[in-house]
Write a protein that binds this ligand. Structure first.
Ligand SMILES: NC(=O)c1ccc[n+]([C@@H]2O[C@H](COP(=O)([O-])OP(=O)(O)OC[C@H]3O[C@@H](n4cnc5c(N)ncnc54)[C@H](O)[C@@H]3O)[C@@H](O)[C@H]2O)c1
Ligand SMILES: O=c1ccn([C@@H]2O[C@H](COP(=O)(O)OP(=O)(O)O[C@H]3O[C@H](CO)[C@H](O)[C@H](O)[C@H]3O)[C@@H](O)[C@H]2O)c(=O)[nH]1
Length: 327
């Protein structure tokens, strides 16, 4: 298939691009490199550009006779979305709506979208299934849910099918340590814990120890980035016009912040300095996926089904690239 991958030089995008290329697809990566890395994708696949420049995107759809779009490009920091909703509504909803309409006008019939557990807000019951009510509690989740709705309306009205993959917490790195997670600033727990272990930061702050969870810290479902990537390949294989697919992507097991820290100490053999702090605004106590639908309908089977196995890959990447892609 001829596939345009927006945000393909980012963390999850670059791992997916690698699998798409290995699967024989013709891939065009479109990324502004604002948050992504040139080194994360093969140079001959990368077109540097911003989704804001929709005519540029349109030219690519036509020139490469694109058949499917995998759309990762977005901003993804929950706290920032509360402080700067305009930034999120523009990049995560306005530009994607323009992209969607250019897809319609150019006959692109398959679309895979990076959605998120944040569309569920604070769920009443965990594990979360795809029928759990989607009630986002921050602008980030709201923009992602709004775009899911637009996709569904397009699929009802036009010859178009989509798959919304609702990721839980992406983690880990390629098994060979060649690509991995490098965000600036870093907000995600696992890279922060590793940076604290290696002395690159003084400590990891635990955001809240009074949650209604077994050890008082937040529980999350960490899913390996290559298993996430594999879900995109399966979705593309399945998609056909008229389909409206949505799947949770998680391993179906939750780990608390303290468990992440303990496991990182075990994997690295290093002590992680910890400071207990207040809750971070907008954090649900527990987010754990039921990915039964993804397993049953697409045959998805994660290769990494423990936090330890995921952390080992993150640690390998960090040791090989202590300063991320720049060193
Ligand atoms: N990381 C997670 O745990 C997680 C969880 C749920 C959902 N998601 C979603 O998955 C997607 C990828 O996340 P990630 O962690 O790989 O993020 P990332 O920041 O590493 O990747 C996003 C990429 O999109 C690019 N980009 C952003 N805006 C752009 C624009 N206007 N034009 C062109 N390129 C643009 C950035 O340069 C970056 O390379 C996002 O849509 C995010 O909301 C991530
Ligand atoms: O320094 C830190 C960083 C994080 N945490 C805690 O660790 C857990 C995981 O936090 P992350 O920031 O790594 O991930 P989130 O669960 O907040 O967010 C992730 O999952 C969301 C879906 O729920 C969104 O999609 C978002 O883009 C994605 O990064 C949270 O309970 C958070 O409070 C800390 O205690 N200290």
């Amino acid at each position: 298939m001829r596939i345009l991958v927006t945000g393909g030089a980012g963390y999850i995008g670059s791992h997916t691009v690698r699998q798409l290329i290995a699967g024989g697809h013709e891939v065009v990566v479109y990324d502004s490199l604002e948050l992504g890395h040139r080194q994360a994708v093969p140079a001959d696949r990368l077109v540097v550009g911003d989704l804001r420049d929709i005519d540029h995107v349109d030219q690519l759809l036509v020139a490469h006779r694109i058949e499917a779009v995998v759309h990762f490009a977005a901003y993804a920091a929950v706290g920032e979305s509360v402080a700067h909703p305009a930034k999120y509504y523009t990049n995560n909803l306005l530009y994607p709506l323009q992209l969607l309409d250019r897809c319609r006008r150019n006959g692109v019939q398959k679309f895979v979208f990076s959605s998120t557990a944040a569309t569920y807000g604070v769920p009443e019951v965990v594990p979360i299934t795809e029928t759990t009510r989607q009630l986002p509690v921050n602008p980030y989740g709201a923009t992602k849910l709004a775009f899911e709705r637009a996709l569904a309306d397009y699929a009802d009205a036009y010859p178009f099918g989509f798959c919304a993959l609702r990721y839980f917490n992406a983690a880990g790195a390629a098994a060979d340590g060649s690509i991995g997670e490098d965000h600036t600033p870093e907000t995600h727990l696992i890279p922060i814990v590793i940076q604290a272990a290696t002395g690159k930061r003084p400590h990891v702050e635990i955001f809240g120890t009074d949650y209604p969870t077994p050890d008082g810290t937040c529980v999350r479902d960490y899913v390996h980035v290559d298993d996430l990537a594999a879900a995109h390949i399966l979705a593309l294989d399945k998609l056909a016009p008229g389909m409206k697919l949505a799947y949770n992507v998680g391993i179906g097991r939750g780990y608390s912040v303290r468990e992440v820290i303990r496991t990182a100490e075990d994997v690295t053999g290093l002590k992680v300095p910890v400071k207990e702090g207040p809750r971070r605004a907008g954090d649900p106590p527990s987010l754990v996926a039921s990915a039964d639908k993804l397993r049953a309908e697409l045959g998805w089977a994660p290769q990494y089904d423990t936090l330890k196995a995921i952390l080992e890959t993150a640690w390998r990447w960090h040791k090989a690239h202590p300063n991320g892609y720049d060193g």
